[in-house]
Design a protein around this ligand. Structure first.
Ligand SMILES: [Zn+2]
Length: 86
């Protein structure tokens, strides 16, 4: 077929909508870390597939988590601090 639909490897969906039991909380950096890059950047909604409502809450919770030192702002920052303290 000429007008075949582009192949999508995996359908994106909001993890928080799919699993109502999944806590969206700053006290759970283990869950929040899935939504940030290894350098600490929050991953865009169009990539993770999180819905607008949950993405909004997610960013707040990640920022809160950073403030509580449960998550890092950047990886560069942490190594920099370590180097200076030696
Ligand atoms: Zn959602």
């Amino acid at each position: 077929m000429a007008f075949k639909r582009k192949f999508t490897p995996k359908r994106k969906f909001c993890r928080f909508c799919a699993d109502k039991a999944l806590p969206l909380d700053y006290k759970r950096p283990d869950i929040l870390k899935d939504f940030v890059t290894e350098r600490g950047k929050i991953i865009a909604r169009r990539i993770t597939g999180t819905c607008a409502k949950h993405q909004r809450r997610l960013t707040t919770e990640i920022k809160r988590s950073r403030q509580m030192a449960l998550m890092l702002y950047t990886t560069v920052h942490s190594t920099d601090v370590k180097k200076r303290s030696i």
